[in-house]
Design a protein around this ligand. Structure first.
Ligand SMILES: [Zn+2]
Length: 110
């Protein structure tokens, strides 16, 4: 992979990390336990609990992706970055730009 591609992917990873971190900050507010002291009705409390559970799941996924992206950011300079873990072929650039944390080509990922 040439340097121009690496730079392009690195930029994409940094953007994705910034987006995720903003998303995680917002989700962490929603995922806080629902306080029993808050004067809200029973239905809205159920809503709040459902929202909190959903936020918690989305938050866990976002954190998993964030740690993969952080690994990708470290790995982007290594010679074998962008090679499929399974078959060793180059992962096509459009896939790496869409999903910089991808470790396998589309064929092997299926
Ligand atoms: Zn492969």
């Amino acid at each position: 992979m040439d340097d121009a591609k690496r730079r392009q992917i690195r930029r994409r990873i940094e953007e994705a990390i910034a987006e995720l971190q903003a998303q995680i900050n917002g989700l962490e507010d929603n995922a806080k336990p629902v306080s029993l002291d808050e004067p809200i009705g029973r239905l809205s409390r159920m809503d709040a609990i459902a929202n909190q559970a959903l936020s918690g799941r989305v938050l866990a996924e976002a954190k998993t992706r964030l740690s993969r992206l952080q690994r990708a950011l470290v790995a982007v300079d290594s010679p074998d970055f962008g090679l499929c873990d399974e078959c060793g072929e180059e992962i096509p650039l459009p896939r790496l730009l869409a999903m910089p944390e991808a470790r396998r080509c589309v064929d092997c990922a299926e």
